[in-house]
Structure formats: C-alpha cells, structure tokens
Design a binder for this molecule. Sequence first.
Ligand code: HDE
Length: 743
Amino acid sequence: MTKQQTSEDAAKNELPGRPGPLPPPVSEPTEPTDPLPPKPDQDGPETVSPTGQATDADQARVAQSGAYLTTAQGTRLPDTDHSLKAGARGPVLLQDHHLREKITHFDHERIPERVVHARGAAAHGIFQGYGAAGEVCKAAFLAKDVETPVFVRFSTVLGSRGSADTVRDTRGFATKFYTEEGTFDLVGNNIPVFFIQDALKFPDVIHAGKPHPDREIPQAQSAHDTFWDFVSLHTEATHHTLWNMSDRGIPRSFRMMEGFGVHTFRLVNAVDESALVKFHWKPKLGVHSLVWEEAQMISGMDPDFHRRDLFDAIESGAFPQWELGIQVFPDTPEQTFEGIDLLDPTKIVPEERSPVQPIGLLTLNANTKNYFAETEQVAFHPGHLVPGIDVTDDPLLAGRLFSYLDTQISRLGGPNFGQIPINRPHAPVNDMLRDGMHQSAVHTGVAPYRPNSLDGGCPFLAGSDAAAYIETPVKVPEASKVREAPASFSDHFSQPRLFWLSMTPPEREHIIAAYTFELNKCYEQAVKERTLKVLANIDPQLCEQVAAGLGLSAPAATVPLVTSEPSPALSQMGGTWPTDGRVIGIIADPSSDLDGVRTARQAVLDAGMVPLVVAPAGGSLDPKGEPIAVQRTFATARSVEFDALLLAGVPEPGADAYGARDSKAGAPVLEGPDPRILLMITEAYRHGKAIGGWSDATQLLETAGIGLDEPGIAADGSSAAVVETLTRALGEHRAWDRFPAAL
Ligand code: HDE
C-alpha cells in the first residue's frame, strides 16, 4: 500500500471480485507498491523449457512487476518522458541510448499476421478423456479421467488482424493438447467441408477471397466479384460456400459453434488395429447464429463482439464446454463409407448414418494474460500428432502437413518457434535440432547427432513399447505418377443438395437472402449468371428465389438432382439449450419499478446470465436508495448487444434524443416513449429475440405493435415470473415463427 492511502481509503477502493486495494485512482504512485495479484482465473498452463527446466523467459513473464523501470539490460532509468537534448529547446542527441532502444524495439513490435485466420481469440482450458475411445485409439490423453491442458484459438479466415468478428466467413477452431506423449494439434473449422480437394489450389481460393489486390477492398468478406468468380468456376467449392451462406457463416458466439477436423484421420489402438474417423466438437450451449442484419450492425457497434463474449464468459465463470466426438469407419482399402469418399474433404458423412460418439470434454476456464505472447504467437500444425493418431491420404491434408510448419518460419522468425512459451510441449523435449534464429535453449553436450559415442550414445530411440510415434504401415497401391483426382471427387452437387434439403424454412430463407446479398454486391453480370447456374444444380427453388432478388431469370439444372434422405443434425433449429452467459438488457429509467429491476437483475444472475441495465444516463438508477448500477445508456446501447430485452418502464425521451429538446431552432418535441427504446424493441423483435416486460412497460410492446401473447414475448406477472418465461424462450435461441416460413 502506498503512503498516501489510509486503510479506510483502501477499503473504499476495493473492487468486487478483485482482492486487495487499488492504487489511488488519479495520481501516480510515487513509491514502489505490490502489483495487483493476478485474477484467479487467469493462470494459463505452466510451460517448461525444451530441457524441462524453468528458464529466464519464465521469469520475464513478470517483467512489469519490478519496482523500477530499467533498460532491456536491467539498468535503472531516471526518466522515460524526455529525450536527451542539448538544452530544453535544443536538438535531441544521437547518444540517447534509451531513446534509441525504446523506439527501435517499438519499430519491431509487430510480426506478420497469419496469411489466413489472422483475426482470432483464444483461451486456456482442460480436456478430460472419457475413456470411450480405447477400442480405436491408444492415445494416452483419451483415457478415462486423464486431464490434459489445452489452448484453443478461434478465428475468422479472410479478414486482417484488426477486422470485425461478425463478418460472414468460416471460423477456425484450433486446439493444442499439451499431452504427456507430445503435443497434438486438432486444427479444425466450424464448417465440416472445404472449398478445395487439393492443397495445390489453396493460394487460388485465398487470393480470390481476400480483398481485391488493386485497392484492398472489401475487408473480411466474400461479397465481391473475385470470390464469386472463383467459386462459380470451381464448383467443388459449392458445398463449403453453401455452408458459408447459411447461418453457420455468422455464429452468435465462439461458444456456440461446432468444430470439425474436416479430413478423415486414422486412429490406431493398442494392438495396432486402425480405424478411420472424423472429429467433431459439440458445444454444450448448442449451435446458434446471429441474423445477418444483427451481424452487420455489430460489425460497427462492437467489432470485438466474439472476442469480448468469450473473454467475458470465462471471466464470469460461465466456462464454455464442448464434447469431442468421433464418427468411426472401417479402415478398408477403398476408404469409403456407404459410397461416400472419406478422402474427399468436400463431403460429410451424415450423423444419422454414422453417429458421433463422445470421447472427452473440453472446458475453457482461463483467459489469456497477454494477447501477443499467447494468441498471436501460438503455432498450430496438423502434423503435431501423438501415438494413436495418424493422417490419411486426403490430398488437402497432405498439403497442410507441409504448409503449417513452413508458414511459422516467416511468421515467427525462424525454426525455433516451438520454444516460445505457448508452443512449448509439456512432454519433455530431447531433440537434436540446434541453433537457428531466436534459439533460446542453452544446449549442452558435444554430439547433437546419431549415432554418437561422445555423449554416451544419448538420446536413444524409443520403440512402440516406449510410446514412440510409429506411422501406420498402410499399403500404397501400385500406381503411376499422375496429376489426377479420383472420379468420385467430381460429384460437386449431391451433398450441397443434401444440406439444402436438411434446412428448415427459416434457415432456407436466410440462405437465399445471403446469396442475394452477396451477389448483389458483385458488379460482373457474368459472375452472377454463372453462380445462378451453380445454384440450379443444388435446388430450383433456391435458384429461382436468388434470381428474383438479382432481377435475373433462373437457369435450368445441368446435372440430375439427387434427392437423398435429409440429415436433421445439419439444422440448427429445434431443441432447448442452456442459456449460460446470455446477455439481457434491462431497460429502465428512474421512474420505473426499481424494486422490480432489482429482482429481475438478481433472477437473471441466478440463471447464469448477464444483466446489463440500460438507462437514460450513467451512474445509478436509484442514487438515494439501494444503488442500481447503469451499464449502458440509451445513447450507447443498440439491441444487437443483447440476447433478450426486459422492459421495466416507459422511458420518456431523454434530453439527448434528437428532437426531444424544446429547441430554439424549432425542432419538434418528441412525444411518447424514447424513440431509441422503441427502435431497440422493434429491432429485437425483428431479430426473433425474447422480450419481456412488466407493469406499465407492457404499453411499450403495444406501442411497438407487438402482441402480448405472441411466442417469445413474456408480459405476464411479476418481474421474476417474466424473467423465468423469458429464460425458457431464450433456451430456443430465437422465436423462430417470426421468420418467413413459406419455403
Ligand atoms: Fe489452414 N492454414 N490451410 N485450414 N488453418 C493456416 O497456418 C492451409 C485448412 C486452419 O489459429 C496457416 O499458422 C493450407 C483446412 C485454422 O493459428 C497456413 C490449406 C482447415 C488455422 C494454413 C488449409 C484449416 C489455419 C496460416 C489447404 C480446417 C488457424 C497461419 C491445403 C480443417 C490456426 C498458420 C491458428 C491456418 C494453410 C486448409 C484450418 C498458411 C495450405 C481444410 C483453424 O499454414
């Protein structure tokens, strides 16, 4: 504690949930104080050095908590605000070593952003095996109750590091398991198929999706000519593109996304039998999305929406969870399942035909402490495998096995990125890789080669009895070298049609709207017409409706339409889900039923959700009584921030509502409720959100033209009863009947 503070002052200064006093709010401390203790949920997994020892790098993690500012070499500094000058108004001297060090380091603070998946957010957690995979996989971390530290990074694909979170795009879902047998990375997406079947085309699809090279627009989106030019010419992208145009392209939260390994992998059990599998992550909160208008508004209102949502949920103890599951297929030479080519990454196997079997639970329970050190520097690689998990000959996967290692060398500045704390394995490392840029280990010994006698022959090679990684001896058919794909890879439309037929009417409506939006953003008529030809091969109704929105006529299909059994598992609608961490806006003003607001706030908290009080001005709603803190004002809040609204009164137009003032300029005085609140209610209604109100607040619903007995409207009873009804409605995510149901 500083000298200036008395203990009474300090007690006043304590923040809920943060132990210990804060320094005085305005003035800078003049003597060293103890740093604030880290928050309990911010401890990441411990890391060890390549030699298993704690290193100076670990000590450097607490760099800023020392008493005195120093140079990078540890020399204490008396001043960091004034350059060394010849007199107060004179020239700055070149000899100012502190100025040069500080600026030089700053000049090199950035590293190249990822060439794809540049925008991301991550968290630490624990994976717990169920012991259910033993029959197919010997990996130790899948055994019952084994707990493995993990680090998970979610991302968008196309946008730059500073782009918005809620753009229409695929999301990355990359998990690093720090297992005792080495690190396993499951580098997946929230969409189970990919645009291309061969890695050789990856630069093409990414160049087409990235902003136009001449003026670098548009940022972080597919709604432009080059993307649609490519995917309409290259029809193996049809399935992935259709998923992007569906609600999957605009998730409500990282916490509410599925994850997929996409490729088929090969698992091996303790007696060396192999099976083919597809990996799935199933979120405990269900799979939910934004609606497009919401997603666009959020991009402006809160471009960090998903990042904030993940961080806040973990901070508040609403730890997101996913079950890891596998679909298991026999490892036959054909590598197909019921006619579906398992090596084709544009194909799924419907869950109804091969159920997903849960094998473990992932819980994200700690936020990062330093974005750059952890989220930016983490390096995933599909080739980081552990005994029991092997790859297949999916040609897309083969290219990835090369690319991920290669890209880190330029992104992280050399081949030693594995020594960066977040990338260090938790298993002991005993390699003979030496030197190179940013080598931070001090290797001893003279014989980093094998065989050797000078270092006692160490290290020795392991056999399978000592958990060595042994590639499965899969038979490779005798063949000629060719640049070809299997015939089954040319079926580009049967599975997009399966997806379309599995969607409910509101979901189809969203898909039609998404294609119509994106293509209307294109300038080239030929691109639009060619895309309609692709859509005709999925479904005539889809094609006709999009054509109508473009003002074009719908072409006929050029392939026979295959109608297979729909897969209900592909739809996001139906079921009820936990509402943990959902955000409820409580709209009130000082004249509202404030006891009702208090009860509602508590009921929302008790339900594991987040109440945010929205009022005309900041501070407290009831400064004289028991305070009710205001988190948002009418000027700062928009409906898109909330999953549901609670109305506690009829706020009159505040002085800052345009036109509300009795202006000298003669602007009309607004009558009735504050227009911003009416807008909020009508937006929330249009987006299918639950809305509740009690006492006279129900008038607001009537003024907005909303029926009190409609589904998703809770207007009956006390504030606590309203919260209960609203929570039940929120369990279904949206009031789906508000969306067109004609399709
Ligand atoms: Fe990636 N991908 N990718 N990708 N990918 C990268 O690696 C690549 C593909 C995925 O949070 C890069 O470290 C090729 C499929 C995720 O750090 C790069 C091909 C899937 C992330 C790369 C693919 C993914 C990446 C860029 C086609 C889902 C972010 C930076 C053969 C299964 C990981 C980096 C993170 C990142 C290459 C296709 C998922 C360039 C060549 C399919 C989640 O190496």
